[in-house]
Design a protein around this ligand. Structure first.
Ligand code: GLV
Ligand code: MN
Ligand code: MN
Length: 408
């Protein structure tokens, strides 16, 4: 193994500087996709890309790719992630993968190392899906899994469209989408779960990503007085929303085998103490690494919703917000991550990802894998998200070596 290493202080400084944009009290970050703060974050990362001599392109959905030329022309060895965050996000989710990519480039620049293949560092639009569904929107369009026009027309939680907001922040670029091929893709990300910390391991060689099913249910009933309406006369969307929430939890326990279920949003209208609501809108997030089990969860929940809606006399409309099948990464890339980690003296295990990632959009089109490093307390999508500087450096050094291996 060569002695080339990234600069941990420089990586930490960039993470800290980017986290100032949209900073929340307590160390967190709110940089929802295509907001003014997202623009400021993008501008900063683009400035860093320019300083490193990368050739920058921006495509129609706002993905930004910086390329460092290789000795030969051809498809680049690519890394990247996202710099948008959820509204209660941390400094590392996504941001680490992008800034570690810059660190790889700077380390090669500083030591005058050239690679046979080009190297690309990207950040993809709206990975989180917290403002605009689906998640992995930019990378999905980039790799041809999602339709550009459909995605541009998506309305966010504030009613604004992706298209309008891309123009508003000046990131509706002109690079072609859907035709970009990478030689291979590897993404560094925090685990966002407890496994590595609990097992006292430094690195996860990621084997794949579980399937994701997001559905929004709009439940319509009859609004009435909370005191005068006898219980048997009610058609209460709030009650049905609560029952769906309880059933989702029960179903996850019944199916077991890694099935998870989350009700992340419940909106009642009107939202008042003494009024039976007219409408409830809820979101259901179901995930499993096994597609058959995920389909079972979807079907069972739908049957339950049909039954409870009939019993309560309410109408339910559903809308699919995101649906991605489980993804398996490339065995050779997984092995490369694992063996390189061992060569660097890092403890490592193979593991699947519970969260969605841009890497999963590349997996059908080129050899792909990911590198995980620990998340303190397994906490993420939370302002308390934290990873030690030494762990960040280990992940970035592993990224550097894997990219070098693929590009020379
Ligand atoms: C997106 O990052 C998700 O896993 O929800
Ligand atoms: Mn992420
Ligand atoms: Mn996230």
């Amino acid at each position: 193994m060569n002695t080339l290493r990234i600069d941990s202080d420089r990586l930490g400084a960039r993470i800290g500087e980017l986290a100032q944009i949209g900073a929340l009290e307590g160390g967190g970050v709110c940089r929802l996709a295509l907001t003014e703060d997202d623009r400021k974050g993008r501008d900063l990362v683009c400035r860093w890309m320019q300083e490193l001599g990368l050739e920058i392109s921006v495509d129609r959905i706002g993905n930004v790719v910086g390329i460092r030329k290789g000795d030969e022309q051809g498809d680049p060895v690519m890394t990247g992630s996202h710099i948008d965050t959820v509204a209660t996000g941390g400094a590392y989710d996504g941001n680490l993968g992008v800034l570690a990519g810059l660190e790889v480039v700077q380390t090669l620049n500083d030591t005058g190392i050239s690679t046979k293949r080009p190297i690309a560092v990207a950040f993809f639009t709206n990975e989180e899906g917290a403002r605009f569904a689906p998640d992995m929107m930019g990378s999905g369009v980039h790799q041809g899994a999602l339709d550009l026009d459909e995605m541009l027309a998506v309305e966010g939680i504030d009613g604004k469209t992706v298209n309008d907001q891309l123009s508003a922040i000046g990131y509706a670029g002109d690079a072609a989408v859907g035709g970009f091929r990478a030689h291979s893709y590897v993404e560094l990300h925090i685990e966002q779960g407890p496994v590595l910390e609990q097992e006292d391991l430094l690195i996860g060689a990621v084997t794949g990503v579980q399937g994701i099913s997001w559905t929004e249910y709009t439940i319509s009933g009859t609004s009435n007085h909370a005191g005068t309406t006898p219980m048997q006369f009610r058609h209460d969307p709030g009650y049905v929303a609560a029952q769906i929430s309880v059933e989702a939890r029960r179903l996850a326990a019944e199916i077991g085998k890694g099935q998870v279920a989350t009700i992340g949003q419940i909106n009642l209208n009107p939202n008042l103490i003494n009024v039976i609501p007219r409408q409830a809108v809820i979101t259901v997030d179901l995930r499993n690494i096994d597609e058959a089990l995920l389909q079972q969860a979807e079907q069972k929940l739908q049957s339950y919703i049909d039954e409870i809606a009939t019993a309560e006399g309410v109408q339910v409309e559903s809308r699919t917000l995101a649906r991605f099948e489980p993804v398996a990464f490339d065995p050779e890339m997984i092995e490369l991550v694992e063996q390189t980690a061992q060569a660097l003296g890092f403890s490592c295990r193979q593991m699947p990802s519970g969260a969605g990632h841009d890497a999963q959009m590349f997996a059908p089109n080129c050899p792909t894998s990911m590198i995980f490093i620990p998340s303190r307390g397994g906490i993420s999508h939370n302002i308390r998200e934290y990873t030690e500087p030494e762990q960040l450096a280990a992940g970035a050094n592993l990224l550097l070596q894997v990219m070098l291996h693929r590009s020379t």
